[in-house]
Design a protein around this ligand. Sequence first.
Ligand SMILES: [Zn+2]
Length: 299
Amino acid sequence: MPELPEVETVVRGLRDVIPGRRIRRGRLSAPDLYHTGSRRLGWIDGARVVSVDRIGKAILFTLDSPAGARALVVHLGMTGRFVVPQAQGGARVFQGDEISSPGVGAGEMASIGRHCHARLRFEDGGELWYVDPRRFGYFYLAPLDGVRESLGIGPDPFEMRPRRMRALFEGRTAPIKSLLLNQKVIAGLGNIYVDEVLYRTGLHPLTPAGRLCEDAAGLLEASRRILRSAIRFRGTTLRDYRDAAGRRGGYQQRLLVYGREGEACGKCDGEIRKIVVGGRGTHFCPACQPRRGRPAARR
Ligand SMILES: [Zn+2]
């Protein structure tokens, strides 16, 4: 599932090729992915794409349409991606869960065609496709100033100060892992990066969030550092990695705990363990991330 860095990577890619273009016609072949159930994207015809941005893990196309300013909001779900077919054949793929390549072959094009659920045709003849094999993604139109409300998400780590983060923790009994995953509270962090953040801050994933008010600033800083690094790393790898079978981002090699259960901890002699917190597989080092407030653990 694409997390903030992957969505940011997709947004940066689209930003190079989409803004400024006017849409001649929008066509939707999978109405179930469109929240209001409309079969046609009629409202989008004639609109100019002003900008492409990220809000949490969603993508926001700001449109200057004949009906006024509008937002086209797209959530990539598990396997959503954008495809720009190239005039000379093949396509550019912008996606979050796998590494994309600068051009795709005929076999991949056939698969893309099968899973293409929406197409925007621009005045200049080019097109933008939304492709989603597993169909967990969705999109909808919203008033420009109500997008965050329509998504029901909190600020992401780049949008808040330590004091806000601390306030979000106060009085919460939920495990810190669950709270950081709760998009309504803090947007953008997913299972992989939460595990990395907690490891690097030495916090046990089951610690009640309310006990970590003093750690809020450190957690925020670690979240930003890890997300920034992941964005940077993925961005570099996107251009040259071409293994179609590998569902691995460039940051995969940088992960210190996620997916490393049974391996040696990089900081101590201990071993990375995996537990389940709130239904999610959670990786941590019991020695580097001890439970707090439990005398037995302090021996
Ligand atoms: Zn350790």
